[in-house]
Design a protein. Structure first.
Length: 317
């Protein structure tokens, strides 16, 4: 995924959330609605999250150093993980607390017209942001389902924005539900229930984001499709008899490390082996452009030299 697509979605979400946050706090002040206050905090948390994603993208672009020879690509994963933590601690925790407080001590919603007007405005603005995220995601999602895209994407920005925007839209529906019933029944308990629903929703989204970004932080390999392309490129090189074993690792969303032990013929000269490795690297980069760091170790093809050897014996050298 190009970083530009993620950045465009982040800026659209940030612009929408800043405007929405102000309107929600104004509505919360006039109505006394806990749902509106929780949604205001939610929008502030989302705005902070988008700033964190922009910072992560900026820091990830730094050149490699002696201390960090593989660069800073994983900064984007770190800041995406921080986003999940912030979303839970600020958005979910506050909403859960406020919801429980309002249920135990319900208060009447005043001037509900403010709440309805702001909620309608917020739904429209969040819908615009969500539409931008969907449009940018569709450009790289291909035939993947949305669940698979979120789980397998190596670029954290778009999945984060997608889930944030989806959570924001559902949260607005929950707030509208709570405020509407609170006005109809003249019972502020419903406002607290709506707030509680928002808190649970944010907690679920935060947990999903934390699990997925943690996996990226720990280190994920190439997708099966990309790994197959690398294997095909390697095996097509004339001097490569076969792949003994191979490992891949994402150093960042757009940077992949490939390490492989390849079998070469026993009678190949050093110059032929070196030429074969250069050609294999060229073919890998041509097939998978993000494979920027490649280490190939030549070895004798023991499996073919000794057909009685087991595959495990041939690959353990």
């Amino acid at each position: 995924m190009s970083a530009s697509g993620g950045t465009k979605a982040i800026i659209a979400a940030l612009s929408a959330n800043l405007a929405i946050a102000v309107s929600k706090f104004v509505a919360a002040f006039f109505t006394g609605s806990s749902s509106m206050l929780a949604e205001g905090i939610h929008s502030v948390a989302d705005s902070g999250n988008q700033v964190l994603l922009l910072i992560g993208g900026k820091r990830a672009a730094k050149a490699s150093t002696k201390e960090h020879p593989f660069g800073y690509g994983r900064e984007r994963y770190f800041y995406a993980f921080v986003v999940a933590v912030v979303l839970f601690t600020i958005g979910a925790a506050f909403s859960l607390y406020e919801g429980i407080h309002k249920i135990t001590d319900p208060q009447k919603v005043e001037a509900p017209i403010w709440a309805f007007a702001v909620l309608i405005f917020a739904i429209i603005a969040e819908g615009f942001s969500f539409r931008t995220a969907i449009k940018e995601s569709n450009g790289i999602r291909g035939k993947l389902s949305w669940v698979t895209f979120v789980r397998r994407s190596k670029s954290p920005e778009l999945p984060v924005i997608l889930l944030e925007d989806l959570g924001a839209l559902l949260g607005l529906v929950f707030a509208l539900f709570g405020v509407t019933l609170a006005v109809i029944t003249d019972d502020g308990t419903w406002d607290g229930i709506g707030t509680l629903m928002i808190g649970v929703l944010l907690a679920v989204i935060a947990i999903v984001l934390a699990v997925e970004t943690k996996s990226l932080l720990v280190g994920e390999g190439a997708t099966p499709e990309m790994e197959a392309q690398i294997r095909t490129a390697l095996e097509s090189a004339p001097e490569v008899a076969r792949i003994i074993h191979m490992r891949t690792l994402h150093l960042g969303p757009e940077e992949l490390l490939v390490a492989a032990k390849i079998a070469v013929a026993r009678d190949d000269t050093a110059a032929e082996v070196a030429h074969g490795i250069d050609e294999a690297e060229r073919r890998i980069r041509e097939a998978v452009p993000i494979a920027r760091v490649i280490y190939l170790e030549p070895d004798l093809d023991r499996l073919r030299a000794n057909p009685s050897s087991s595959p495990s014996e041939a690959t353990s050298s």
